[in-house]
Ligand binder design. Structure first.
Ligand SMILES: Cc1ncc(COP(=O)(O)O)c(C=O)c1O
Length: 390
């Protein structure tokens, strides 16, 4: 461990503040470090390992595909990519999919498509290319998705940034109205639950108002479901809880179940915007990643989603009974717990007790595998509660 830490310091760019643990393997929702210590995984690699570690159906799908054809250029057809797009569209009601490799890339694609939609339909001279995102949002680490991210801390160091983004206060309907009326806007881009921003859930009233505003003005509604998607919130996609139909949905993380994939889903209005040569990716829709993602998406059915909701209710019930818990936000198995303790110190204390939990701003963030076994979840919640009460 010490040797690896020294090598990490020497050779890995200094972008991560790592916790002092070296994970070597796992099974389901259990992780093990190099000393053999067991941990309960309440983070699933930041909402990635949808069915935990060593999930057999996923492993099988991935290895079978890896043995058949690990990669081929997007200049040719491959079955896993097409089947995955078909299933995504069937399950979401969207019409077409572009595959990339990450959440940021899915959002880049959405931003490009939104601007092209407006450019195709309105004269370019109209300059109708503004995109409104929300304060406190997080949309990725590329220069354009950083520009889209509504947090001042991300708008440092890397000038010049992509132009054309403005930020609205979440849940402020008149504020959004004023912005879209005063500027030439082609899209509104939102996370329904701001993840990195501290598990802040947008109100249904606000989201319905945005959807209506967008429709009236032919402004595209882009919903970033990179973190909320793929069963995480107890619905297949969080927008389904809001009764809206986005024009573009982006997703990644849990879709791949552990391999990198991002998807940008286009609805009725936007399905024909991108044409040959207007976008592309070498690895996007890679057959191994798509085969794994298919095995995940196929199993996100009503029973599984009901299980997510039951586990969510359990966590909320147990932790709200704790006097030191100030609030619990989020939906399904994407929950943020605010308490008197500093979130980073609390996560560190949980880690030393064998529970891997995340933070989001001042909250402890829980994103366990959707199939975490109930006894394992109970043990993790008990430890978290003890640490909050200490
Ligand atoms: C809502 C949201 N959008 C985009 C991203 C960026 O995804 P990626 O890290 O896969 O590029 C994240 C990552 O945390 C996210 O939570």
């Amino acid at each position: 461990m010490n040797e690896l830490k020294a090598l990490d310091r020497q050779y890995i760019a200094n972008t991560y503040a790592r916790s002092d643990v070296l994970f070597t393997h796992g099974k389901g929702s259990l992780l093990y470090d190099d000393a053999g210590k067991e941990y309960i995984d309440m983070g699933s690699g930041i909402a990635v390992n949808t069915f935990g570690i060593g999930d057999e159906a996923w492993e099988n799908a991935v290895t079978v595909q890896a043995k058949q054809l690990q990669h081929i250029s997007n200049l040719y057809y491959t079955s896993p990519q097409i089947r995955l797009a078909e299933l995504l569209c069937e399950k979401s009601g969207m019409k077409k999919v572009f595959f990339g490799n990450s959440g940021a890339e899915a959002n880049e694609c959405a931003i490009k498509a939104a601007r092209k939609y407006s450019n195709n339909k309105y004269t370019p001279a109209a300059g109708r290319n503004g995109i409104v995102t929300l304060k406190n949002s997080f949309h990725g680490r590329t220069l354009t998705t950083l520009s889209a991210t509504g947090q001042e801390a991300f708008h440092q160091h890397f000038f010049p940034f992509t132009e054309g983004f403005v930020f609205a206060e979440p849940d402020d309907i008149p504020g959004m109205k004023a912005l879209v009326e005063s500027r030439r806007v082609c899209a509104i881009m939102i996370e329904l639950i701001q993840g990195e921003g501290g598990i802040h859930t947008l109100s249904k009233e606000y989201v319905a108002a945005l959807a209506q505003m967008a429709q009236e003005k032919d402004i595209l509604l882009i919903v970033d479901e990179v973190q909320t998607g793929n069963g995480r919130t107890g619905s297949l996609y969080a927008y389904m809880e809001y009764g809206i139909t986005p024009d573009i949905i982006t997703t990644a993380k849990g879709l791949g179940g552990g391999l990198p994939i991002g998807a940008c889903l286009f609805g009725e209005k936007t399905q024909h915007v991108l044409d040959a040569g207007s976008h592309g990716s070498t690895f996007g829709g890679n057959p191994v990643c798509c085969a794994g993602a298919l095995s995940i998406l196929e199993r996100l059915d009503e029973d599984l989603l009901a299980e997510v909701q039951n586990k969510s209710d359990y966590i909320i019930r147990k932790l709200t009974s704790c006097k030191k818990v100030q609030s619990i936000s989020g939906m399904g198995l994407m929950l943020g717990i605010a308490c008197e303790k500093d979130s980073k110190a609390l996560a560190a204390a949980c880690l030393s007790r064998g529970v891997v939990a995340l933070t989001a701003k001042n909250k402890l963030r829980l994103l366990p595998a959707l199939n975490i076994p109930m006894p394992v979840l109970q043990k993790a919640v008990r430890i978290i509660k003890e640490e909050i009460e200490k």
